[in-house]
Design a protein around this ligand. Structure first.
Ligand SMILES: O=P(O)(O)OP(=O)(O)OP(=O)(O)OC[C@H]1O[C@@H](n2cnc3c(O)ncnc32)[C@H](O)[C@@H]1O
Ligand SMILES: [Mg+2]
Length: 171
């Protein structure tokens, strides 16, 4: 089976490889495809739509059997700004399989900059005085003191995806 992952971000690619390879034998290809939503999604619906679009676009771009999309966003609630993450598996002519990832609060100053138009990845680099946080521990890694990094978070999300995929194979 050929699996196309709609990103070149190493945290996402490693997460999907690690999670899926425990359960199915496949050739994994990572491919840069559009999410067809903004670079910085600001609602759950926009983030989820980005994940589904990436999965579908990856499948089509690579003529794969299965496409995977993972998307990160930031949402505003009455209790502050939260990281949000969504993922999708797309198989041709089937309803996408979807799953949500971890969400934690980030400081208001971060949320305000992102809602004013900045990308979270760029804001995090300035805030943490680091380079390329998005390809490493991620905002989630910074704000959990390294306990849960971006790869670990996306791996758990990928487990929710592959688990549902396997369940559906048997019904
Ligand atoms: O190459 P892609 O797959 O697009 O990877 P990305 O790091 O840009 O990730 P997303 O597009 O899924 O995330 C949307 C935006 O939110 C940022 N972002 C989301 N979660 C993050 C995190 O945990 N740490 C740092 N930046 C994050 C990210 O850098 C983008 O600006
Ligand atoms: Mg991006």
């Amino acid at each position: 089976m050929k699996i196309a992952i709609g990103t070149k971000n190493p945290t996402k690619v490693k997460a999907v490889n690690d999670a899926f390879a425990s359960f199915i034998e496949a050739e994994f290809i990572s491919t840069n495809v559009p999410s067809n939503v903004s670079a910085q999604p600001l609602t759950d619906l926009e983030t989820l739509t980005g994940a589904i679009n990436r999965a579908k676009n990856a499948l089509e771009a690579e003529r794969a059997d299965l496409g995977v999309g993972l998307e990160g966003g930031l949402i505003k609630t009455d209790f502050g700004y939260f990281l949000c993450n969504w993922g999708a598996i797309y198989v041709k002519d089937q309803q996408p399989i979807i799953a949500g990832g971890a969400r934690i609060v980030v400081p208001d100053e971060i949320g305000e900059l992102v809602f004013a138009g900045r990308e979270l990845g760029d804001v995090m680099d300035i805030y943490a005085r680091k380079k390329n946080v998005r390809h490493n521990e991620g905002a989630i890694g910074i704000f959990t003191n390294g306990v849960v990094d971006r790869t670990t978070m996306f791996k758990e999300l990928s487990n929710l995806l592959i688990g549902q995929y396997l369940y559906k194979q048997n019904v």
